[in-house]
Design a protein around this ligand. Structure first.
Ligand code: AMP
Ligand code: MG
Length: 500
């Protein structure tokens, strides 16, 4: 390397290496971000920037220009990705990034390739009638929720930056525009496979499969049938992921096949929400009128989406169609078992069980039924149960999360009885439970409060506070005690919006 080149690579903010842009033409369209009027960097995730090996000093200086799309950093090759998708069950053969532009990829400190994408950076060839823009409110929501998910230990895309553009966006109201910078293991979705399948382009279906095996599942390269193994691996990651969502009361809200990643990361935090009171039928999204994407429907929808992936991959699973169908069916049939195992393991840990017994499922179900009946706050109840595990005096606090505290008595007796067959100490059990039962989630009413303060008053202090408290969700943070509380009557958020 010459001295000049070396100096350049040290000061360039991103050491880009763009593998997706090297794929054949139908995978994407080259498109530059559309400049904005007056970009203002409201947040840079310096911790993530460092993890990605970026030049943080350069980003602090030039972040507004770069993360608004006004300046295309050296080495970037901006593209909008092509994909299809089932939206609420309806197949759309061409969706694509209508308001997202992939700047490029970097290899992070652990050697993992990560996408850096601007969301809301202006129109692309896939925008259809959309403006390619994002409003500040949904950008703040995605920032907060994706970082909170990560802090909870749940695979999710990350938030690198948020910029206010200085330009209005026109939705039902006029809103301040913003650009969100998202980092993902990749942005390949179930819908990417559907895009090529719908065009009958089996050659590129193979190119895509090889690409994602290389990038996300390199261990499958040597499998006898790598594409079958890929379908199975994606299915298992999604089953594990959705089990994790359920364990923290997360409702994605728009599990269309274009919003399901191949890497197994949670993506697209549109109308998503964490529920307060436990209700398996809970739906927040204003556009989800049939409750298709409600809390308890998520595992089934996950399987439905994977069936669409299997259909798309069918032509490449096996030369013999019957064998291809059989392989796909086996994987889809196994999804339920894999999900159930992850879910029950997670629930066992939430109630402090380190061993497993046949009656555990019934014990968990009984607790959930009582929580539903008693409108117990999902997060608070489990956190307080962790305290009961350590100290009986905490029982009243736990029981008070139920509308009628007496209704939980019989369950507590059954639980204590079950715990006699565990050999962890009470302290150990309580501390294990606190590593899976968060004290803090980004509650909807808090997110709304942040959006209101930022959008209406330009005050980002509540945004910073919510980010801080949710970055350490499993630690008691006494100064933030109010953030652990459910909404008071009247504060409760009933509906969330896509904001597109
Ligand atoms: P989503 O439901 O946010 O995953 O988006 C579904 C599809 O609509 C994707 O193809 C998006 O790129 C596109 N889309 C959403 N909002 C906009 C917008 N404001 N302008 C253009 N395309 C959009
Ligand atoms: Mg999407």
């Amino acid at each position: 390397m010459t001295e000049a080149v070396q100096r350049k690579s040290q000061t360039a903010p991103f050491p880009f290496d763009n593998s997706y842009a090297r794929l054949p033409e139908p995978f994407f369209s080259k498109v530059d971000p559309t400049p904005v009027s007056e970009p203002w960097l409201i947040k840079l995730n310096t911790g993530l920037a460092e993890e990605l090996g970026l030049n943080t000093a350069a980003l602090r200086r030039d972040g507004a220009a770069i993360f608004s799309g006004n300046r295309i950093p050296e080495g970037a090759e901006p593209v909008a990705m092509a994909y299809a998708g089932h939206q609420f069950g309806q197949f759309v053969p061409l969706l694509g990034d209508g308001r997202a532009i992939l700047l490029g990829e970097v290899i992070d400190r652990t050697g993992t390739r990560r996408d850096i994408q601007l969301k809301g950076a202006g129109p692309t060839p896939y925008s259809r009638r959309g403006d390619g823009r994002a409003a500040l409110g949904p950008v703040l929501r995605e920032y907060i929720v994706s970082e909170a998910m990560h802090a909870l230990g749940i695979p999710a895309t990350r938030a690198l930056a948020a910029v206010v553009t200085g330009d209005p966006v026109y939705r039902e109201q006029v809103l301040p525009g913003a650009v969100f910078t998202r980092v993902a293991a990749s942005h390949v979705r179930v819908g990417t496979f559907q895009f090529f399948a719908a065009r009958g382009d089996h050659a590129n279906l193979r190119v895509l499969s090889d690409y994602v095996i290389d990038r996300h599942y390199p261990e499958l390269k040597t499998e006898e049938r790598p594409y079958v193994a890929l379908l199975k691996a994606v299915s298992e990651r999604q089953a594990a992921l959705i089990a994790r969502w359920l364990g923290v009361g997360f409702i994605h809200g728009v599990m269309n096949t274009d919003n399901m990643t191949i890497s197994g990361e949670t993506i697209d935090f549109g109308p998503c929400a964490f529920m307060d009171a436990y209700d398996p039928a809970k739906v927040f999204s204003s556009i989800d009128q049939g409750g298709r994407y409600g809390y308890a429907n998520q595992p089934g929808i996950g399987q439905w989406n994977l069936a669409r992936l299997a259909e798309a991959m069918l032509p490449i699973l096996d030369d013999d169609t019957e064998k291809a169908v059989e392989a796909a069916n086996d994987i889809l049939a196994d999804y339920g078992r894999v999900f159930q195992t992850h879910w029950l393991d997670g629930m066992r840990r939430k109630i402090g069980l380190a061993t497993s017994e046949d009656g555990d499922l019934a014990l968990v179900q009984d607790l959930l039924a009582r929580m539903n009946e008693g409108d117990a706050d999902f997060t608070l109840a489990f956190r307080r149960l962790s305290a009961v595990a350590e100290n009986d005096a905490a029982e009243e606090d736990f029981a008070s999360t139920f509308r009628d505290p007496a209704t939980i008595g019989p369950w507590l007796s059954a639980w204590r009885n079950r715990l006699t067959r565990e050999d962890t100490s009470r302290e150990e059990r309580a501390s294990d439970m606190r590593t899976v039962n968060p004290a803090f989630i980004p509650r909807n009413h808090r997110i709304e409060e942040v959006i209101k303060a930022t959008v209406e008053d330009g005050d980002v202090s509540l945004f910073e506070a919510l980010l801080e408290v949710t970055s350490r969700p499993y630690e008691d943070q006494p100064t933030f005690a109010a953030y652990a509380e459910p909404p008071k009557p009247g504060e409760e958020v009933l509906r969330t919006f896509c904001g597109t």
